[in-house]
Design a protein around this ligand. Structure first.
Ligand SMILES: NC(=O)c1ccc[n+]([C@@H]2O[C@H](COP(=O)([O-])OP(=O)(O)OC[C@H]3O[C@@H](n4cnc5c(N)ncnc54)[C@H](O)[C@@H]3O)[C@@H](O)[C@H]2O)c1
Length: 386
C-alpha cells in the first residue's frame, strides 16, 4: 500500500484534533494509502517533544522551515494560528508538499489569494479545515437540498455563539489580537457559518453589517490551553483590536436572504453553531451541539400531521456513519476531523481536487473582508468589488 508521510505544525487544540484524526483514519476507513504521522513541529522543544510522544508522532522538529524541506514529508498540516499560515503554506507549496490548512486561510484576503496562487502554480493538493461540513447531518442536509427536498431557498439564518470571554479580566489571548488572528469572532466563528452557507446555499452577493468590541483592554495572557487561559495578578493590559461580536445580513447570488451572528458574549452558549435554511417546499435546521440530529419540515406532509421531524443522522445509511459503530451509536466533534482528513488523503493519493480547498478559503475571506468594510462604512458591500 502507498504510504503518505505527514508533517504537522502546531500541537495544541487543533494539533490534538488532527493528530487524533490521523490516528483513527486507517482504523475505521478503507483508505487508499497508509498515512504516517512522521513529524510534529513547534517552537518549544520540551513541549513539542512531549506532544510527539503523547499524540504518537515518529519525531519532531522545532523549525517549520526545516520541516517543509524534508524529503521524507509529503503533506504539511498547518494547525498554527492564522498569522503563520501564509509563510508556512508558501514554503510548503514551493517544496512540492500537499497542504491541509486550518481556517481562516490567512490574515487578509490578499494573503489568502497569494496562498491559492502558490498551491495552484506548484500543482499541490490543498484543503482548508472547515470541519463542520463533514458532520453526517450537514452532509445529509446538503444531499436533501440538492435533491430538491426544500425547493427554492429563500432564507438562511446562522449563528455561532460562545461565552468564554465575557469576563473583562479574561486574558488577551491571540484570538483577540489582530496581528495574529486577523479578525475576531467573525474570522474565528463566522468563518464556519460563512462556509456552511456557501456550501449549502451558494455564493454571497452582498453584505451589510455591524461589529463591536465590548471589552477594549485585557490583562496580558500567561498561559493558554484550548479556550482556557490565565494571566498573572497585576499583569499589564493590552488592547483588544478585533470584534467581540459581529452581526450581518446578506443577499446570495441565487436571491436568498441571510441573517448571521457571531459572538463570544452569548452567556450560556458554549459552542453553539446553528444554521437554518428555509425553502418554498420545506425547512432544514442543524444545531452543532446536537450534531447527530437534523430537523426537517416538509410542506408536502399530510395536512394536520405537519411539523418539524427529528432525523437521527446516525444510521449506517447516513454519510460516513457506516465506517463507525452499529446504527444509532452516535459520534462527536472529533469525528468531523477524521472525515475531512479521509477525504483529503484520498484526493492526495488519487491526485484529484480536494474540497473545501483554498479557493473556498479565499471566498470565505472575501465575505469576512466585505462584512468588515460594510461595518466600517455603514453601507452595503458587493462581494464582487473585492
Ligand atoms: N476547525 C475548527 O473547528 C477550529 C477550531 C479551533 C481552531 N481552529 C483554527 O486552528 C488554528 C490553530 O488554533 P488552535 O485553537 O489550535 O490554537 P492553539 O493556540 O491551541 O495552538 C496553536 C499552535 O500553534 C503553535 N504555533 C504558533 N505560532 C507558531 C509558529 N510561528 N510556528 C510554529 N508553531 C506555531 C503553538 O505553539 C501551538 O502549538 C487557527 O487557525 C484557528 O482558527 C479551527
Amino acid at each position: 500500500m502507498k504510504e503518505i508521510n505527514v508533517g504537522m505544525v502546531g500541537y495544541k487544540f487543533m494539533g490534538k484534533a488532527h493528530s487524533n484524526a490521523l490516528s483513527r483514519l486507517g482504523m475505521f476507513f478503507d483508505c487508499s494509502a497508509q498515512v504516517n504521522k512522521k513529524a510534529i513541529c513547534g517552537r518549544d522543544e520540551a513541549a513539542v517533544k512531549k506532544a510527539a510522544e503523547k499524540f504518537g508522532w515518529d519525531g519532531y522538529e522545532t523549525s517549520w522551515e526545516k520541516l517543509v524541506t524534508r524529503s521524507d514529508i509529503d503533506v504539511i498540516d498547518i494547525t498554527a494560528p492564522s498569522n503563520a499560515h501564509k509563510s508556512i503554506a508558501l514554503a510548503a507549496a514551493e517544496n512540492g508538499k500537499h497542504i491541509f490548512c486550518e481556517k481562516p486561510l490567512a490574515l487578509t484576503l490578499d494573503d489568502a489569494r497569494e496562498m491559492l496562487e502558490s498551491v495552484t502554480k506548484n500543482g499541490v493538493r490543498h484543503q482548508i479545515g472547515f470541519n463542520y461540513r463533514f458532520a453526517p447531518a450537514v452532509r445529509l442536509m446538503k444531499n436533501m437540498i440538492d435533491a430538491g427536498k426544500i425547493g427554492t431557498i429563500r432564507h438562511v439564518r446562522a449563528s455561532y455563539l460562545q461565552d468564554f470571554i465575557i469576563d473583562p479580566e479574561f486574558p488577551l489571548i491571540w484570538r483577540l489580537q489582530k496581528e495574529i488572528c486577523g479578525s475576531g469572532s467573525l474570522g474565528d466563528l463566522g468563518a464556519h457559518f460563512i462556509d456552511l452557507a456557501r456550501y449549502l446555499v451558494g455564493d454571497f452577493k452582498s453584505v451589510m453589517g455591524m461589529q463591536k468590541t465590548f471589552i477594549k483592554s485585557r490583562p496580558m495572557v500567561q498561559e493558554m490551553t484550548g479556550l482556557s487561559a490565565s494571566a498573572k495578578e497585576d499583569a499589564p493590559r493590552g488592547e483588544v483590536d478585533v470584534d467581540d461580536g459581529t452581526v450581518f445580513v446578506a443577499e446570495f447570488e441565487n436571491g436568498a436572504l441571510g441573517v448571521f451572528e457571531a459572538t463570544r458574549f452569548a452567556q450560556g452558549h458554549k459552542n453553539d453553531l446553528s444554521i437554518e435554511i428555509n425553502g418554498d417546499k420545506g425547512s432544514l435546521k442543524f444545531v452543532f451541539e446536537r450534531m447527530n440530529e437534523l430537523q426537517y419540515f416538509s410542506a408536502g406532509d399530510e395536512a394536520g400531521l405537519q411539523g418539524f421531524r427529528l432525523i437521527q443522522a446516525s444510521e449506517g445509511i447516513h454519510p460516513y456513519m457506516s465506517a463507525w459503530w452499529p446504527t444509532g451509536h452516535v459520534i462527536g466533534y472529533e469525528h468531523t476531523f477524521v472525515h475531512e482528513m479521509f477525504e483529503f488523503f484520498e484526493c492526495v493519493v488519487n491526485n484529484t481536487p480536494a474540497s473545501p480547498d483554498f479557493a473556498d478559503g479565499v471566498k470565505c475571506s472575501q465575505v469576512i473582508e466585505a462584512v468588515e468594510l460594510a461595518a466600517q462604512r455603514r453601507a452595503t458591500v458587493d462581494i464582487s468589488s473585492l
